[in-house]
Ligand binder design. Structure first.
Ligand SMILES: NC(=O)c1ccc[n+]([C@@H]2O[C@H](COP(=O)([O-])OP(=O)(O)OC[C@H]3O[C@@H](n4cnc5c(N)ncnc54)[C@H](OP(=O)(O)O)[C@@H]3O)[C@@H](O)[C@H]2O)c1
Length: 241
């Protein structure tokens, strides 16, 4: 049961992995409708010139999210590609002395809270009769089982919280008889703005965004076969929660 989606929604589609996912969905499914949201216009110029149906939305503004989802038709594949590791508000914390309530709150808002907020308004858009996938880009560092080196308090813990949200959403969707596979996926280390300052000295492979997007799609499209409430690596293996 491989998913062949007619309608795809990618939030955080303005650049990085989100935009690569938009491009690869358009390439793989030329007959399908690909909808993409972005926040910062100046970072989303390639998206604005793409064939995707674009919407400028603040993904944390519940009023905007509700209004956008209200008239949306059925969705077969949803991917949240939003995340923050560093920006003008936060840098990954190396030690406890670096944490603050303000910064942790912001990291949790962006990395953890967006997925359940969108699930709240998208739940009705998934079908009880045809298969679908609801996915979010998580991170290996959010795995408690695989945490051996510590650090990055807010990013790690917010991705762990995101994973719990995914597990909970999977249970609620299943109880509502939706044929939706709900998945957190680690995309693999990829050259993007998010990773750029942290790539020096990395020994494992670093992907370009488009091959990484293809890895992600290969795994997600096969997830309905496996079930729901999954934490997947880009190569298809299951990651310890
Ligand atoms: N790159 C990697 O190596 C790697 C590894 C593991 C996991 N991931 C995960 O993959 C996902 C995509 O990351 P990426 O590498 O593609 O990074 P990216 O190029 O920096 O893209 C980040 C996305 O998040 C949005 N975003 C950031 N801060 C936001 C905020 N405060 N409010 C709303 N939206 C915000 C950005 O939109 P705007 O610019 O429009 O705000 C953009 O769409 C993230 O969840 C990340 O944690 C990436």
């Amino acid at each position: 049961m491989t998913l062949s989606p007619d309608r795809i929604l990618i939030i955080g589609g303005g650049h990085g992995l989100g935009f690569a996912l938009v491009e690869e969905c358009i390439r793989r499914f030329p007959q399908s409708e690909v909808l993409a949201t972005y926040r910062r216009e100046d970072f989303a110029l390639p998206l604005l010139n793409s064939k995707a149906t674009r919407f400028k939305i603040d993904p944390l503004n519940e009023t905007e999210v509700e209004a956008f989802c209200r008239d949306l038709g059925q969705i077969d594949l949803f991917i949240n590609a939003i995340g923050v590791l560093h920006d003008d508000k936060v840098q990954p914390e190396k030690s406890l002395k670096d944490i603050s309530i303000e910064k942790l709150t912001y990291e949790f808002q962006v990395n953890a809270f967006i997925t359940p907020l969108w699930a709240k308004y998208l739940k009705k858009k998934f079908s009880q009769s045809t298969i679908s996938v609801f996915a979010t880009l998580s991170a290996m560092v959010g795995s408690i089982g695989e945490n051996e080196i510590g650090g990055w308090y807010g990013y790690r813990a917010s991705k762990t919280a995101l994973n719990m949200f995914i597990k909970n959403i999977s249970i609620e969707f299943e109880r509502s008889r939706l044929k939706t596979s709900v998945v957190a996926i680690h995309p693999g280390t990829t050259h993007t703005e998010l990773s750029a300052p942290f790539l020096k000295g990395i020994k494992h492979k670093v992907w370009e965004p488009n091959p990484a997007a293809n890895n992600i799609l290969d795994v997600l499209l096969d997830c309905p076969e496996e079930g729901t409430g999954l934490f997947k690596n880009w190569d298809g293996r299951n990651i310890a929660w």
